[in-house]
Design a binder for this molecule. Structure first.
Ligand code: DSN
Length: 527
């Protein structure tokens, strides 16, 4: 016999939004269709939430449905991936790794984590996978600290006959610490398309490591292998890091590994952006980073289309040090997110995903063509991956910020982005970064991408930059644009908005979730 009603044991004793589920069930019943489990779960979850939490979730779904998402670092995860995150796994601490935890009662987390790691090794053909990082920055910090441990701390301790860092006296540890902090990193410059975590001065990676950067070639905007090789021989880094968040071309990782070997560097690749293209076998052979790097990091939510999170893949020599990410740099993992990674990694192992990955690239290429056909300057003249970089300063005299805001006003969501050697800084920027992964998930194809290129060009051509409050100038004396602009012809924007709505009408997002049943309730969407 229970001692008290079950609801008295939970923090949320009743469900003010219960009516939402009832309405959905009634509508589903009258449609005569079988109940869709994912849609039912969506409405059932809403019904358990406080209104101020449920409302923005519903509104976010509406907003994403009614805009064209071209953010290169986002996607639409499956409803199964989302469902895996909403459960009691969130309550569980599981510091350590499967079979080796600092807490009791981790059996089920062990199961999920081990399966997710197995799914990652088999999907990517890696020796080892670690699925705990909460994000891309975590994954990169796990990788960098593991490399420092493996290549600097462990040999120093071994040399002194010490079992671990705690066995060193204060003076000895200070010497080892100095040695750890005195290592070099060579990675891609932020403005050339590298990431903040690759030794950008404002990021902790440039505290931990003496960071040196290589850039793209100023003329071609492509990586210059000979220049990188010369820099590698000059810097002789512990870590040679290749990978990007804004570079549109394929990289020959086999060649990069040869360069790393010439100077004895650990070759690390950050494939956060293009992991889906590796999983989907678009980047194979010399272009597959997992086959050539010692350590590969990734996010799971960009082209890979999983939950927000990170993973690290590595050769077996790095397995033990990466397993010790707690206590080195992580605390407890997020078991509910590891469960969602397992769902997504399984999805990414299917032939359908490989087809999706190929379509991502075809679509990005069509988008680049569409932009260029309408006069927009595209870096390197196109793309080999999911992203396209447009130079709106060169084409229209606009900042990325002005272009980003104007496009959002017609229902196109993307992000402004610094371009190589950008005179307009990281806030206003001179460029736009566009990605095809999300709209490919919605089912759009090359014709749609060319139409999007046309719409974007029509909007930007009618936007006139207003100068910055405090004028800044390029080396050639041109004033740099800031945030403000005026619209030349409002009817152009109106037509663009209508064209966006037409495109979206053909590609509904999560079509099984019909929000009509929320009309006249507290959760009704704001148009
Ligand atoms: N914000 C992500 C990106 O845009 O690439 C990672 O920093």
């Amino acid at each position: 016999m229970t001692k008290s009603p079950a609801h008295a044991q939970t923090p949320t004793p009743d469900y003010p939004l219960q009516g939402v589920l009832d309405r959905y069930l009634a509508a589903a019943h009258s449609s005569g269709q079988p109940l869709d489990p994912a849609a039912t779960a969506f409405f059932a979850q809403l019904a358990t939430l406080p209104q101020e939490v449920a409302r923005p979730i519903v509104q976010e779904l509406h907003d994403q449905r009614t805009t064209l998402k071209l953010i290169a670092s986002e996607n639409y995860s499956s409803l199964a991936t989302q469902a895996a995150m909403g459960n009691l796994f969130t309550d569980k601490y599981a510091e350590g790794f499967p079979g080796h935890r600092f807490y009791a009662g981790c059996d089920n987390v062990d199961t999920v984590e081990a399966l997710a790691a197995q799914a990652a090794t088999s999907l990517f053909g890696a020796d080892y996978a670690f699925v705990q990082p909460h994000s891309g920055i975590d994954a990169n910090l796990v990788a960098m600290t593991a490399i420092l441990k493996q290549r600097v701390e462990t040999p120093a301790l071994d040399h002194l006959g010490l079992k671990n860092a705690s066995a060193a006296d204060g003076r000895t540890w200070e010497q080892i610490r100095q040695e750890l902090m005195n290592q070099r990193l060579l990675a891609m410059d932020y403005y050339s398309g590298g990431h903040l975590t690759h030794g950008y001065r404002m990021n902790v990676s440039s505290w931990m490591l003496q960071a040196h950067n290589y850039t793209v070639d100023p003329q071609t905007k492509r990586l210059d292998i000979d220049a990188i090789r010369a820099q590698l021989h000059d810097v002789r880094p512990l870590i040679f890091l290749v990978g990007y968040s804004a570079y549109p071309r394929a990289i020959n990782f086999a060649h990069m590994r040869e360069l790393a070997d010439e100077v004895g560097a650990t070759f690390m690749v950050d494939m956060a952006h293009f992991a889906g293209l590796v999983a989907g076998k678009v980047f194979t052979g010399d272009y597959n980073p997992v086959a050539h790097a010692h350590v590969v990091t990734s996010t799971t939510h960009k082209t890979l289309r999983g939950p927000r999170g990170g993973i690290v893949l590595a050769t077996s020599e790095y397995a033990d040090v990466i397993d010790k990410a707690c206590p080195t740099i992580l605390g407890g993992p997020l078991p509910h997110v590891m469960a969602a990674k397992l769902v997504a990694l399984r999805e990414a192992s299917t032939p359908e995903f490989a087809d999706y990955a190929r379509r991502i690239v075809t679509n990005a290429q069509a988008l680049a063509e569409g932009l260029q056909q309408h006069g927009i300057s595209v870096l390197t003249g196109g793309t080999d991956n999911h992203l396209v970089l447009a130079d709106v300063f060169d084409t229209y005299g606009l900042s990325g910020r002005q272009a980003e805001t104007a496009l959002r006003s017609v229902g196109i969501t993307l992000n402004r982005n610094s371009l190589p050697f950008d005179a307009n800084g990281p806030w206003f920027t001179s460029g736009l970064r566009l990605g095809s992964a999300a709209l490919t998930t919605r089912g759009m194809g090359p014709e749609d991408m060319r139409e999007i290129g046309r719409i974007i060009a029509s909007v930007l051509a009618t936007v006139k930059p207003l100068g910055r409050k405090v004028a800044a100038h390029t080396p050639d004396g041109r004033e740099l644009p800031g945030a403000k602009y005026e619209v030349g012809d409002q009817s152009v924007l109106d037509s663009a908005g209508a064209a966006v709505r037409d495109l979206l009408a053909d590609y509904p997002l999560y079509p099984s979730i019909d929000l009509d049943c929320l009309a006249d309730t507290a959760l009704a969407v704001q148009a």
